[in-house]
Design a protein around this ligand. Sequence first.
Ligand code: IVH
Length: 693
Amino acid sequence: MGASKQVRARAERLRQELEHHNRRYYVLDDPEIDDAAYDRLFRELVELEEEHEELKSPDSPTQRVGAAPLPEFAEVRHRAPMLSLANAFEEDEVRAFDKRVRDALGVESVEYAAEPKFDGLAISLSYRKGVFVQGATRGDGATGEDVTPNLRTVRAIPLRLPKGHDTDDLEVRGEVLFYKADFEKLNARQREAEEKVFANPRNAAAGSLRLLDSSITARRPLRFFAYGVGIAANSRWKSHSEMLDRLSGMGFPVARERSVARGVDELLEFYGGIQRKREKLPYAIDGVVYKVNRLDWQEKLGFVSRAPRFAIAHKYPAEEQTTEVLKIEVQVGRTGVLTPVARLKPVEVGGVTVTNATLHTEDELRRKDVWAGDLVIVRRAGDVIPEVVGVHKQGPRRSDERFVMPDQCPVCQSPVVRLPGEAATRCTGGLYCRAQRKQAILHFVGRRAMDIEGVGEKLVEQLVDRDLIESPADLYRLEKETLAGLERMAEKSAQNVVDSIQRSRSMDLARFVFAMGIPGVGEEVARILARHFGSLRALLGADWPALAAQKETLRRENAKRKRKGEAPVEVPLEGIGPEIMESLDKFVHETHNRKVIASLVDPERGVAVRDAAMAAAPLAGKTFVLTGTLAGMSRDEARALIEAQGHKVTGSVSKNTDYVVAGAEAGSKLEQARSLGIAVIDEDGLLQLLGKR
Ligand code: IVH
């Protein structure tokens, strides 16, 4: 049975609404309805079309779900060739371009349309009588591939153009791409499904567009931006900028960041402005494009070989480059973490020559499946360490050349471990490992640690490799003569080094603690520790397991108090979690570390660590109850200690009691404390709280 007039009208209305919402979303970036509401309209149309076969049409938004897989792509001959652009990298080249244009036109100054150069894939979209009929890749510029079913799934591409435009025969050109955020999500999804992950948004777009099964493309959130037309029969626009405005009016997304500029200075201003925004743009760009704005002038200028004379791409330094992996090595960091590093054939990335790039961890390396001999994509964005993004082309791989994480430290041959649940593999050599030693010493002398000037990487290398120093403590025993014998060390600089080492001999506690390089102890943690313990002695004597247990008790206590709406008790060492405490415990009990520290603070030839000006009293005005027998002091001594810090000691437990200090054979008071949910601590805990340990 044919569809009634009302059903037809409803289907038509739904199509218009869906296209309207697509436009709000993809062109105006200003949706009116949420995804769920869109889906409801969409499903209604699907149902109508399923009930009434004859309502189906290729320009319906329901056709965006993909079609039956193709055996292969058909070829499409472009009616007008799809050209490339000449590139400019330097300001001079832009000036030369402008001069050529002005000379050829015989004019003083030229107006340009300036826009981003999208880093995606060029495509052409053909419309007949306002309906999308064919989409093709650029291919070699003359012939491309027919990817119509795939492009139909791209919601940013209008399937039907609004009436009132002359769109009988229109071929729009532009770029298909992934938004950076969508790309990240796609890769996360791919990784989870153990499917191929893509090196960058561009590769992902290329891969998604060239899928023979368009129902897979439909699940990839591709975007599209228009930047020109191939054929426009009877067009009425006179300039490029006017054309982009019209395309936008027809429902094609065009770059928001487009502008009209007069003369080179305004072009360069545009270039700089977009460069500053580059990171924040939702899509990747590799430059900007300047086009002579007047179309009659474009025509007059014409083409040279395969590029227009009227346009040029002004590129930004590439953040990604392709180069060869010469070998993969393992580097050992300060805390013993083994990092696989790719040694590269030198390549310029973002204006800097890169010879090494990190592969992060063994798992990352496996996931990216990088081998020596591969051509890889290397990225260096902003100030970040260069990294291998992925494999561009596999090299001649031989199974015996597959990277394996060594089971011994490549520097000190100590066994390495990878703890369950940890991504990092670590050398167990500690400060016996030369690599860790070097890094530890470099950390120790760092500006924010002991601030010893003149001791850099090269010097530390030599000192450690020649066994002149084993630990930071040995720095204080270095003689000028020894230093002067080293490479690149004149007498004067040797003296300067000795002087700056001497200057560091008086140091405040927080910096010294940071300088020790305890895993997990950064500057902030070091400051908290210094404030809490007040002296190096107190810090080294801390009973970390007891402190951790006590913190946990107080934390639970606070959770309880919170439920009851009561004020929380103060928790000492706020900001220092169980992992850091464990690390501190391990560090201070390591014999080697204790030796190094003892030798560092040797009063004759070492550092005088200044106690923290005032160890902030961890608590004030609290109420304590003592019960049971304390091992190391009498009750009176304990009371005196507590009162000396401004707290009160009372004889009976009530809800106003903050802490019950329980010794051996504590009786009813302990029970009372438990039933009232009051914090119970032992003698050690008391000393900790009072900052006496
Ligand atoms: S205009 C006749 N504008 O760059 C001029 N191209 O090197 C044809 N591209 O394959 C291109 N953004 O895919 C133009 N705003 C933009 C562009 C752009 C990216 C790509 C395009 C083309 C390549 C030319």
